[in-house]
Design a protein around this ligand. Sequence first.
Ligand code: PMV
Length: 364
Amino acid sequence: MSSEPHYHNADLKFSDADIPSGRIAWRSPSNIALVKYWGKKPVQIPQNPSISFTLSKSYSETEVAYSPAVSETLEMEFYFDGQRNPAFEEKTASFFAGLSGIFPFVNQLKFVVHSKNTFPHSAGIASSASGMSVLAMILCDMERQLFGTLQKEDDFRRKVSYVARLGSGSACRSVYGGLIIWGETDGVTGTSDYYGFPVNEGIHEVFTDYQDTILLVDAGEKKVSSRVGHGLMNGNPFAAERFRQARANLTDLLSALHTGDTETFIRITESEALTLHAMMMTSQPYFLLMKPNTLQIIERIFAFREKTSLPVSFSLDAGPNVHMLYPAAIKTEIRQFVKNELLPLLSPLGFIVDEVGKGPEKIL
Ligand code: PMV
C-alpha cells in the first residue's frame, strides 16, 4: 500500500510586508479513460484504479494574476472566455480555500483568473480534468517560484497530481503525458490512490501515437454531474462486481498495451464505455446519457470495423459524445469514414481530431 504523502506545510506563507504580485499561465489537457473511474470513497479515493490517454488538443488554458488580498482572506474573480463566470468562480474559490492547509499563502492573495477551453465544457469531455489540473499546475508552480520548493521535477509533478485529484479525480491523470494510471494497481509499482502515475515504459509502438476523434453528438450541458454519478455507485446493486471487473480489465489492458494487442484493447475499451453507461442506467435515480446518434455512431463503427478489419474502437465519457480511438497509421481511412458516414450524425460543432499528448505546458 502506498501511503498518503503529507503536503500540509504551515511555512508556505508570506510575511505581511512581503506579499507578492505576479502572473502565471499554464495549458493542461483533458484525458480519455480507457478503464473508467466511476465510484469513490472520501476523500476522492477511487473505488478502482483507472488508466487514461492524456490528450493533446483538448485543453484548458488558464492565467492567474495574484496580488495581496485586501481583506486577508482569499479573494477571487474568475473569467471564462472573457466573461465573469460566477459558477466557476465559486467552484474555484472553494477549491482554493479547501487547499489552505497545503498552500497557506492562498489566504493572503487576491486571484484574477482567466480561463478558456479548446472544446465545449460540461459536455462529457472531461473539462474538469483539464480545468482542475491546470489550476493545480499553477498553484504548485507558484509555490516553486515563490518559496523555492519542489525543485525536483518528480516531486513537483506528484504534488500537482495530488492537488489536482482533490479538485477532480480524473484531473490527477492529466498531469503527465501518455498513459497514466490512477489508483493502486496489483503488479504496478509506483501506482497510488493519491496521485497519477505514468506507465509509458515498454508500451508497444502502435499505442504511442493513438488518435482520438471526438464526435460531438450533443454539446449541451451534462445531465448529471460526475459528483452525483460517483455518489450513485454507493447504492448501485452491481457496484462490487463492477469494481472487480475494472481491476481485471486494467491488468488485461496493460498487457495488451505492452504486446500491441489491438483486439484486446478494442474489447476492453468498448466494454468499459458501455459498463460506465450501464452503471448509470442501473442507478437510482437512473440516467440515460446516450442519444440516438450515439448509438448510430457506435453501430457504424462496428460495421466499419467488420468491413475493413481496421483497429478502430470507441469510448464514452459520462455523456453522449463518442471518442473514436485508432492508431495514427489509419488516419486517412478514418478521415474518409468520418466524412462519408458520421458527419450527418453530429451536432453543428462537428468533431475534434485529437491524439495522445505530452501533458501540461507552461505558457507564462
Ligand atoms: O474526475 P471526475 O469526478 O469528473 O470523474 C470522471 C469520470 C469519467 O470521466 C466518467 C471516467 C474517468 O475515469 O475519467
